[in-house]
Design a protein around this ligand. Sequence first.
Ligand SMILES: NC(=O)c1ccc[n+]([C@@H]2O[C@H](COP(=O)([O-])OP(=O)(O)OC[C@H]3O[C@@H](n4cnc5c(N)ncnc54)[C@H](O)[C@@H]3O)[C@@H](O)[C@H]2O)c1
Length: 263
Amino acid sequence: MDLKLQNRVALVTGAGQGIGRAIALALAAEGARIAVNDINAAKAEETVAALRQGGGQAMAAACDITDLAAIRATTAKIEAEYGRIDVLVNNAALLLAHELFVDTKPEECDREIKVVLYGTMNCARAVLPGMIQRNFGKVINIVTDAARVGQERQCNYSAAKGGVISFTKSIAKEVGRNNVNVNAVSPGATNSPMRLEMLRQLTEKIGEQKAAEREEKVKRAYALRRIGEPEDISNAVVFLASEAARHITGQILSVNGGFAMPG
Ligand SMILES: NC(=O)c1ccc[n+]([C@@H]2O[C@H](COP(=O)([O-])OP(=O)(O)OC[C@H]3O[C@@H](n4cnc5c(N)ncnc54)[C@H](O)[C@@H]3O)[C@@H](O)[C@H]2O)c1
């Protein structure tokens, strides 16, 4: 199947590691040119180096997506270098509080909502006018099943992601007439640095044996009895970014090994 991604320009946020990096690599493997965003400039450069090593074209586009002026300046730089942005993948996020909501700090809640929800909206604000003008675009927002079915100890994060799900549907209705598709990919637990760090902290707290038992219990909640890998998510993103998905918009696609099956 020709995915028609050759020479497309894709901006992937939070692509310095984990799922974002896997998405950048997967889009590049289909011939897209990649602008690698991350708040961590050194990590963004690492991904750029990996992309170039694989024969891809890539540029660093480091900035904090909560800063609208910075993301506008960054997208202007990408457009000056590559001419346009065809694909926007809103992947950057952070999960600060792994506690009961009543124990979380308001400033952590504020930051999570700023990165997850405002960061996504800032990037859309900067990129969509060009897509509308050119009558072509693909926006893929990375959300989470925690927002679809609820997740204790992740109230702030899942509330912010719930906002992104609503934004995905509403903006899809606005820009569909401009041939811009907007969808979301919703991972279940996925072995990225974010999750592995959570596991490390848990192991430190409860010990290796209990942590391993807990991990087995987590796997049993997944119909396919495995935890996802970043490539499971990037495959879905590549499909949604491609012309094979041209008639799909406003949808939330769970890639979760059957953890939850929302109607
Ligand atoms: N790993 C999982 O189990 C899981 C599950 C469900 C959803 N997700 C979602 O998948 C996406 C990727 O997660 P991951 O697990 O790879 O996370 P990760 O923490 O490994 O990577 C996130 C990247 O985003 C960057 N980032 C954070 N704040 C930023 C900002 N303000 N501006 C620019 N970049 C910023 C970080 O520096 C980091 O490189 C996120 O949207 C996350 O919510 C992950």
